[in-house]
Write a protein that binds this ligand. Structure first.
Ligand code: GTP
Length: 360
């Protein structure tokens, strides 16, 4: 079985800030940090905010993160290898089972788990009065905590989207309700879109990491190739433009990625499940595919800092989300071939049935 630490290269042999404390300076720290939680709680947006780049696909649709990715966050005092995981939900298809297994695999060998949960929409009484005392974490969020707790890692609760919180003094009762279901090692309220709470989170993460040298070079931002990021950015554009129409039945593969002297040349295929979906992606007179291509190209250029030529084709790959062999063909390791979940029996079936991830 491989885990995130096995996949990391051996130490780069030093740290940007120096790992020695012999001179009285604080020792360098390094380690692995999993970002876990229900679909759509803001894991990818937070990872991008911490790293200052669009590395993880973040969209308004739940379950856009399909595979684990390592984001490498290096500061003069520490290196935190961030493991972005798919949202934890009750899986129905082979793809969804694969995604939940990816989430748990991503968290099993880290130094600290950041358990992300959105600030709640607090119910109001007939007179419009907020019923904050009656709120408690939903069954789906509780199940996610129950799934992760047996891994025995310190868990920090990160309350996301705090810009959407009605009143600041609701925070305390919200935190108390969460602490009642699990003894979190810390609680940090953040707003990734406003950049709030990130410094407090940085301190929490740094404090949780053991002393040790960096795993990756200090200018490396992710463990994935540009080829992989390119396919993710095309998928992000596709989801953002057409998400409501074909959210879970599209995938992107790269047929060719050539780094030429002046520019990158990328040929990619968008896979859908049905001919009708192919029509949606292409759009009337090719308008939709053209807009997707322009948007995706801009995202890729933003990340690489180089010019890019992007050629997209659309192909019908019937029932790919349901067939483990086809998943593998499209780059998602088949669920059957993946290691078994190391969680207590019976936990998964108790997860809330939440179609494709909405709500708690
Ligand atoms: N208002 C507000 N919205 C946010 C914040 N962070 C994320 N969002 C929005 O929440 C939605 C989901 O964000 P993602 O980062 O894709 O969430 P995720 O947990 O990675 O989602 P999955 O990969 O689908 O599990 C997007 O529409 C984001 O723009 C925040 O701090 N404030």
């Amino acid at each position: 079985m491989t885990d995130v630490k096995d996949e990391a290269p051996a130490s780069s042999g030093g740290s940007p800030g120096g790992s020695s404390s012999a001179d009285g300076q604080q020792a360098f720290r390094s380690g692995f940090v999993a970002l876990c939680g229900r679909p759509n709680v803001g894991k990818s947006t937070l990872l991008n905010a911490l790293l200052g780049e669009e590395l993880a696909v973040a969209t308004a649709l739940p379950q856009t993160t399909r595979e684990r990715m390592l984001g490498i966050w290096t500061s003069p005092r520490f290196q935190a290898v961030l493991v972005d995981t798919p949202g934890i939900h009750k899986p129905k298809s082979a793809l969804n089972k694969y995604m939940v297994e990816e989430a748990v695999r991503g968290a099993r060998d880290v130094d600290v788990i950041l358990m992300l949960a959105e600030v709640p929409r607090v119910p109001r009484g007939k007179d419009g009065h907020a019923l904050i005392q009656e709120w408690e974490p939903g069954p789906g969020a509780k199940a996610a905590v129950e799934l992760l707790a047996p891994l025995g890692k310190p868990m920090v609760l990160v309350l996301t989207k705090c810009d959407l919180l009605g009143e600041r003094d609701w925070l305390l009762p919200i935190i108390q309700r969460w602490q009642a279901i699990h003894a979190f090692a810390g609680v940090v309220p953040v707003s990734a879109v406003q950049g709030r709470g990130l410094e407090a989170l940085r301190e929490e993460v740094e404090g949780a990491l053991p002393e040790g040298p960096a795993y990756y070079a200090d200018d490396q931002l992710s463990d994935r190739s540009m080829r992989w990021h390119a396919s993710e950015l095309i998928r992000a554009e596709l989801f953002e433009r057409l998400g409501q129409e074909l959210p879970y039945s599209s995938a992107v593969t790269i047929r060719e990625f050539k780094e030429l002297r002046e520019r990158d040349r990328i040929e990619a295929t968008i896979h859908v499940e049905r001919p009708s979906q192919k029509g949606i992606v292409i759009g009337a007179k090719g308008k939709s595919i053209k807009a997707i291509s322009i948007g995706a190209r801009k995202r890729i250029e933003q990340l690489t800092g180089r010019r890019c030529e992007l050629f997209l084709e659309v192909r019908v790959t019937a029932k790919w989300t349901k067939d483990p062999r086809k998943l593998e063909d499209l780059g998602y390791r088949a669920a059957e071939a993946a290691p078994e979940l190391d969680v207590q029996p019976g936990v998964l079936p108790e997860l809330q049935s939440d179609p494709e991830g909405q709500g708690e």
